[in-house]
Design a protein around this ligand. Structure first.
Ligand code: AHG
Ligand code: MN
Ligand code: MN
Length: 331
């Protein structure tokens, strides 16, 4: 009989997100811990949203009778629920003075005017995939405020431009739930262990492959794409690249980040500025792309260099493996 050693019987669980954040913070002697706390708040919101998503099917069954949920609230769409959960977690955390969300026209003041940070977020990305049990995500972007502490936050805090992000990331609710983020120094991924209720470091220092053989684009809109995008799609076909398109930006981006590939959401005749939102879809993923060695362009220049003029402005995006993004632009 093969007797297992004590080590084999009790394998280490790995590094928890909390410990990782603590270690990273200790590398900066003057860090006050506020950003660390904010990242923990985001992780907590992610866990709660993950729970809501996993219950979504059950809620629908209960909801079929027109009933209320256990809290006595009316049943709401999951992207609204995710929005509420996220805002609540950030308000309770106390580090954030204002939030910009895809779900709200205007910025949300948390009431914590002493908070040093603002967060832009897409609480639930890929919402058309909720009802059909396909991967969805949350995207977030963090800035240090530029307005005076103790005063209410303003537009200026959110319109600083992608280069001013101090941290960004996403949570992917897929076959497992993962948090991927960067504070500027490398990109790390944590997989959620349900039994422990903890995110565990599973993807240390993610490096985007310089090249890959996956292209992700909604080819249904092919006829209205600009000529260079059509040329690039032909190029992908001539190379027999694999077409992979979930329709959840977070899922498509994450797959390409790990395997090598490019995601395209060009301008179309109906959406001349593209569909995706600069502040809480394009910037944060461009930040992650760049910090992992990848690239993001709007077809003219680097996404991160665009200076925005409104909260919900859109941009075309070509993002992923550096060489592939260069190929798109070259054409
Ligand atoms: P959201 O669910 O936050 O509105 O975002 C949906 C986005 C993105 O996740 C996805 O890649 C894209 O819309 C898909 O758009 P098409 O259906 O036009 O391809
Ligand atoms: Mn989205
Ligand atoms: Mn959304």
């Amino acid at each position: 009989m093969n007797v297992r050693t004590a080590q084999e019987l009790a394998l280490p669980v790995g590094v928890t997100l909390d410990r990782f954040i603590m270690h990273s913070q200790s590398a900066f002697p003057y860090a006050t811990g506020e950003l660390s706390q904010l990242l923990r708040d985001i992780a907590l919101a992610g866990k709660i949203i993950n729970r809501e998503i996993n219950r979504a099917g059950l809620v629908d069954i209960a909801g079929a009778n027109g009933t209320e949920n256990v809290q006595g609230e009316n049943q709401q769409k999951l992207d609204i629920v995710a929005n509420i959960r996220f805002i609540r977690a950030l308000k309770n955390g106390g580090e954030v003075c204002a939030i910009l969300s895809e779900e709200d026209e205007d910025i949300i003041h948390t009431g914590n005017n002493h908070g040093k940070y603002v967060v832009a977020m897409d609480p639930l990305d890929g919402s058309s995939n909720i009802d059909v049990n396909v991967s969805i995500g949350t995207i977030f972007s963090i800035y240090r405020r530029v307005t005076l502490i103790s005063e209410p936050a303003s537009m200026a805090d959110f319109l600083q431009g992608g280069r001013k992000q101090i941290a960004a990331g996403y949570i992917l609710y897929g076959s497992s739930t993962m948090l991927v983020y960067s504070t500027g120094d490398g990109v790390n991924g944590f997989t959620y262990d349900h039994s422990l209720g903890e995110f565990i470091l599973s993807h240390k220092n993610i490096c985007s492959p310089a090249h890959g053989n996956i292209y992700s684009v909604n080819e249904g809109h092919y006829n209205s794409y600009p000529p260079f995008v059509k040329n690039y799609i032909s190029h992908c076909k001539s190379k027999s690249y694999s077409g992979r398109y979930i329709g959840s930006l977070v899922g498509d981006f994450h797959r390409n980040l790990l395997k090598g590939g490019v995601y395209l959401y060009p301008s179309t005749k109906t959406d001349p500025k593209g569909k995706l939102r600069l502040l809480y879809e394009c910037y944060p993923l461009a930040f992650i792309a760049e910090k992992s060695g990848g690239k993001a362009s709007d077809g003219f220049g680097n996404i991160l260099d665009i200076i925005p003029d409104s909260f919900h402005q859109r941009s075309p995006i070509y993002i992923g493996s550096a060489e592939m993004v260069k190929d798109v632009i070259k054409l």
